[in-house]
Design a protein around this ligand. Sequence first.
Ligand code: FAD
Length: 432
Amino acid sequence: MQTITLRKKIPVHASVDVLVIGAGPSGFAAAVRAGRLGAKTMLVERSGFTGGMWTAGLVGPYFDGENKGGLNLELKNTLLKKHAWGGLWNICPDAAEMILVLDDKLREAGVHLLLYALGTQPIMKNNTLQGAVIETKSGPLAVKAKIVIDCTGDGDIAAAAGAPFLTGRPKDGLMQPMTMMFKIGGLKDSYKRDDIQSWYRELKTKIPEKEISKKLSYTHPCVIRLPRKGEAAVQWIHITNVSGVNAEDLTRATLEGRRQVRYALEFFKKARNILGDVYLLALPAVIGVRETRRIQGEYVISFEDIKNGTQFKDAVGASRLNVDIHEPDGAGQTLIRGRSYQFPYRSLVPLKIDNLLVAGRCISGSYEAHANYRLTGNCVTTGEAAGTAAFLAIKERKTPRELDGAKVGKLLRKAGIKMDDPKPAYIYKPCN
Ligand SMILES: Cc1cc2nc3c(=O)[nH]c(=O)nc-3n(C[C@H](O)[C@H](O)[C@H](O)COP(=O)(O)OP(=O)(O)OC[C@H]3O[C@@H](n4cnc5c(N)ncnc54)[C@H](O)[C@@H]3O)c2cc1C
């Protein structure tokens, strides 16, 4: 590959205690927790709003947020008051209201939010992170930080710093498909809130599934009723064999995803008697990327941990929902019931690089484990844990690796996060 070398002096824009990169469910939660504890916290986000997949990707329902306390509960209660929570299984947020709520909570926590800022380069001294360079309309800016939390979903900063990572399923490295979600309006009032597929059964009486699959390959499409009257999110598009950390793939998948939305809208007309005259209400700002890098940490959460319901001394949260694999090379989806297990603090601490934590879908785990902890409720939990750990590490003048994870868990329990009451793990119908 041909290369060029650029040398630049970069202005230092800010010096903070905690720099969080990426403001999805995990980054929001990490920044709020660190901010509330009194750490000088900056959150940088590449788009013009926070919320990540909840808002830019239009994904829902909000899975595995129940019985966890903390910010998961707080968000639900705040959205409920605004009549912006409900829909399918009574766990769907309204995306636009979610953005406003996240803005409020970040401001109240004293977090310095910088939008339109892409974290690109780690600032390193040997193997220790000292901040990151962000690309903005003002040009590249340096942010110095005592601790950096990578919440990019893709582990962008951790990978660039040299933290080891894995991608894809072990046998061939393939990752779960991407999906272009979209919103429809005009859904009939009679369409039941918890009904995701009666329209599809109806469609299959008119067009053989084999014919439908030629245009839209995923065979478990869902109409996900949202809190607002007549609105639903649709999950019907699978784009396989693409990487969420490859710019050309992302563009190709996005264009192909949008092309396929038209097929879906045409098919909906054939189920008009059940759905009503639905129309395209909104496209997401970005295509939904389920899986990229899994940064390898001091502990790797395994499929066995989920099957056995492993509890840890350094627990910082717990998961209860099924493993959910959208098959990388097929039309199907595999849901596997595990047991409620805990997230060990060590799974947020990357190998090799100091003063770095990860949270959200890029934490340390196996292919199957990732397919569980990637759900948004879990990403909030690991975000809260990382924000709390960053504060504690600075207070105790330790690196995250030296920090006693049990102390992080203690502080989280004090803040109302539940992790010691593992109700039986449960399973949802295919929908995420
Ligand atoms: C199609 C699809 C459907 C899903 N359905 C469900 C569902 O129904 N329920 C559920 O609970 N979960 C669902 N998930 C899983 C869930 O949405 C994600 O795993 C979760 O949002 C990950 O949270 P995160 O905070 O790690 O990352 P994200 O939500 O991806 O947020 C990352 C944020 O970081 C920003 N960012 C990325 N890179 C940089 C950078 N270098 N610099 C600055 N900012 C950056 C992004 O813009 C984004 O705002 C779905 C996922 C997909 C793709």
